[in-house]
Design a protein around this ligand. Structure first.
Ligand code: SAM
Ligand code: SF4
Length: 299
């Protein structure tokens, strides 16, 4: 589950579709944030993230929004995480924040996080680490694995930020997925199949209230409903999802252009690879394979 408070962003990272976002800039109106929060609370639904695209720290009422979605996490490029913002966030119910610096190499940073200022982000992270010391929050520092950062290690990050002094913090690693990014990479051609393993793995409320079923649907091409005018139940029970599932089985990419992107390189990987990914995702639903693997890697 995710709620995109804003799709505006102060950066244009190379790996992110933000650069060519096919939706107008929007902040979620406050009445809609309250409506979504009310619906989710009534149904006992927990939100994982307060973003799809965009930078959550640009949302003017972020601290209040956090408190409306108990258990949510925030991922940020940390450009706006100055001391005041850090203190405000620490006064909320937020229990996990992800700080996306991606590399500890100042020469590589501008190629990944375009528009960001390495020194400011590093200073903000260091300040936040101090502020959050002893608080009930997990601070994740993101390392993005790309060809430019392949030689860096989790230990480099731990040493760079002195994490032995901050038990609340850890480094998490993320691979740069070659889908629908601003930069064309050789990886673009080497994937075939549903990256989620199952097309209806997500329920993401975009800033304008429309709901998409896939976290790769950055442009909102495959919306299943609209929370401005519908309830969660109305969306889940509408004829839209079964119709989309039929289109998916028929590989009708005219109806499902976002899925078509994931399936465009039929030559690149045989459907067996697709099957393997789907099995992996199924396994992951019953066994927490990814968190276990991360824990192992991040030891
Ligand atoms: C879209 S951003 C939105 C939140 C915030 N602006 C940030 O950068 O954390 C959320 C996450 O998506 C990641 N991301 C962007 N493009 C990606 C890609 N092509 N593959 C994998 N992760 C990607 C970013 O690194 C970030 O961790
Ligand atoms: S990854 Fe985050 S910070 Fe970078 S352009 Fe995308 S939304 Fe903005």
């Amino acid at each position: 589950m995710a709620v995109e408070l804003t799709n505006r962003c102060n950066l244009r990272c190379g790996m992110c579709p933000m650069n060519k976002l096919g939706r107008p800039d929007a902040d979620m109106p406050w009445w809609l944030v309250e409506k979504v929060a009310g619906e989710f609370a009534r149904l006992g639904i927990r939100v994982n993230w307060l973003h799809e695209m965009g930078e959550p720290l640009l949302y003017p009422r972020l601290p209040e929004a956090i408190d409306l979605f108990p258990g949510c996490s925030v991922s940020t490029n940390a450009m706006l995480l100055d001391e005041e913002m850090g203190r405000r966030l620490l006064q909320t119910s937020l229990r996990r924040i992800r700080l996306c610096v991606d590399t500890v190499n100042p020469r590589v940073y501008p190629f990944i996080r375009r528009g960001g200022i390495f020194e400011e982000v590093v200073a903000n992270i260091r300040t936040f680490l101090e502020l959050s010391k002893g608080k009930d929050i997990v601070v994740e520092i993101q390392r993005m694995i790309t060809t430019q950062t392949a030689h860096e290690s989790v230990r480099d990050f731990q040493e760079f930020f002195g994490l032995d002094r901050y038990p609340q913090a850890k480094v998490i690693e993320k691979t740069c997925e070659p889908l629908d990014t601003s930069d064309e990479t050789p990886l673009h051609e080497s994937f075939y199949g549903c990256f989620q393993g199952y097309p209806f793995a997500w329920f993401i409320v975009l800033a304008d209230g429309r709901v998409t079923h896939c976290c790769y649907d950055a442009h909102g091409q495959q919306c299943i409903g609209d929370l401005k005018t519908q309830s969660v139940e109305e969306i889940l029970e509408s004829a839209k999802i079964p119709a989309m599932m039929e289109a998916f089985k028929a590989k009708d990419w005219g109806t499902l252009p976002r899925c078509g992107e994931c399936y465009k390189n039929a030559e690149a990987k045989p459907p067996f690879y697709d099957f393997l990914i789907a099995s992996g995702r199924r396994l992951e639903r019953s066994l927490p394979v990814v968190p276990l693997a991360r824990r192992l890697i991040n030891r």
